[in-house]
Design a protein around this ligand. Structure first.
Ligand SMILES: [Zn+2]
Length: 479
């Protein structure tokens, strides 16, 4: 294989998610707009920084805050010389060993194409120096006669700069892949700052801190509505026995959805109410979850299908055992659900006529509406049972000589087992409850308490779609 020497760029961002996150981290740390703009001198400077931090973490005593960065490194490179439990704690010994990992290639042959980017590489690494190597299905073949993976210098530095550009915890790293470079850069830049804080101060308290999904949402929001873009988060976790990978992604229409929510008062209020509702508190009233971060998670769908959806969460809020909404707030949450269905799921549901049939039947039947409301609630999400209830309501209203707002052809799409029928039934339920509340029929499971309402109202006024408390004290200019 002939490879032109001397012309290769210092760094290339590839489509491999971990290498790519590392390349962006190098670009951010070198203050370059893109990985391709990174120079050899930049790679020198970033490598020196990485070496210094690795050695500081690896030689830190267990009780020191600097030890938190060692936990990050240990989770990602558990078998490297710098992180291994049997490593030396002597800086003078560690320093040259670690620095050698990132030394420039020796001149002359032999060279092989870099496993990640194809640039000529003279250094061959075993998997002990590569993050999460076992989960790394992309790298499983070796060139003939080579005893490890050829990795060019840019990619070697990127492999260890990765935790700076990733969202890290003491046992995991989450990286972003996005069609828009600016969102990837934004995510990496936030994480480089966060990594600095972790090295200086250790990890923030668990629970109320923000999450990578909230940071991504902020980046997607900054793209504006004209750039439909999907974002993919890959989380790698390594307990040194069974590394795993979890992938979640947003749909491409999410930036449009965020712009519509942000630009319109009612859904903006709905989103804020959702965030507030997702703040869980312990017995002493201290928050144990970060509402904006929990809300952001609802826009990400897991590859394995095991994730909560925004619509099911809204349904739980609107019709759950704790439901207690003023008409205004119920309308705002319902509007949010419809905008999500329209903008993100591409639905165009017109559910008012069918909802009116159910609301009329609940309101005007004999005796108190409460029993019929409970009956509807118990079948609201079931295809077959909802169909039976609708026929019953239709029959009853006709018998009573009332106007019937919709017929079986209108509710057919809701009671069949077909895509989006569940979502339609959920939106129907939200519409029925809103109609009934407008008519003065009690639909809340708990009465609306003025004090709680005032507290919620005060919180609604706070900033929307913010990525949460953890960054508030993360001054962008902090040293
Ligand atoms: Zn490379």
């Amino acid at each position: 294989m002939s490879i032109a020497a001397g012309t290769a760029p210092a760094l290339i961002a590839t489509s491999h998610p971990l290498q790519r996150a590392g390349a962006w981290a190098v670009a951010v740390m070198a203050d370059r707009a893109t990985p391709e703009a990174v120079t050899v001198a930049d790679v020198d400077a970033v490598a020196a920084r990485v070496v210094e931090d690795v050695v500081a973490a690896a030689s830190a005593p267990k009780e020191a805050t600097a030890y938190d960065w060692w936990k990050v490194l240990f989770a990602l490179y558990p078998n490297s010389k710098a992180t291994h439990n049997k490593r030396t704690r002597d800086r003078a010994v560690l320093m040259p060993e670690v620095a050698a990992l990132f030394a420039p290639d020796a001149a002359g042959p032999p060279k092989w194409p870099c496993t990640f980017c194809g640039t000529p590489a003279a250094v061959v690494w075993t998997k002990s120096n590569l993050p999460m190597y076992d989960t790394n299905k992309a790298l499983n073949t070796l060139p003939p006669g080579v005893s490890g993976w050829p990795i060019c210098r840019g990619c070697r530095v990127a492999a260890w700069a990765m935790p700076y550009g990733a969202w890290v915890t003491a046992g995991s790293a989450t990286v972003l892949s996005c069609e828009q470079d600016s969102a990837e850069r934004d995510f990496a830049a936030r994480n480089v700052l966060r990594a600095r804080r972790i090295r200086q101060l250790g990890f923030p308290e668990p629970g109320v801190g923000t999450r990578p999904e909230a940071v991504v949402l902020r980046a997607l929001k900054s793209l504006g509505p004209d750039l439909p873009t999907a974002a993919t988060l890959s989380s790698f976790k390594n307990d040194n026995q069974e590394p795993w990978l979890r992938v979640t992604r947003t749909r491409r229409a999410v930036p449009v959805f965020l712009a519509v929510v942000e630009g319109n008062a009612e859904p903006r209020r709905g989103w804020r109410l959702l965030e507030i509702a997702l703040v869980h508190r312990d017995k002493s009233g201290q928050p144990v979850t970060n509402g904006p971060a929990e809300a952001a998670r609802l826009l990400f769908e897991a590859e394995d299908g095991k994730s909560r959806s925004l619509l099911s969460q809204l349904h739980r809020l609107l019709d759950g055992p704790d439901a207690s909404w003023s008409l205004r707030n119920r309308a705002a949450l319902t509007r949010l659900a419809f905008i999500y269905a329209e903008e993100v799921l591409g639905m165009k549901p017109d559910l008012k006529p069918v909802a009116t049939v159910i609301a009329d039947w609940i309101e005007h039947g004999s005796g108190a509406p409460r029993g019929r409301l409970a009956e509807y609630r118990s079948v609201a999400l079931s295809d077959y049972k909802l169909g039976t209830l609708l026929m019953q309501a239709h029959f009853r209203l006709t018998l009573d000589g009332r106007k019937v707002a919709a017929g079986p052809e209108d509710w057919q799409p809701l009671i069949q087992q077909r895509p989006r029928a569940w979502e339609q039934r959920m939106l129907l339920s939200a519409t029925v409850l809103q109609l009934l509340q407008q008519r003065g029929v009690g639909v809340n499971e708990r009465p609306v308490e003025p004090d709680a309402e005032a507290r919620t109202e005060a919180m609604v006024g706070l900033p929307i779609l913010d990525s949460g408390a953890e960054y508030d004290d993360y001054d962008m200019g902090a040293a």
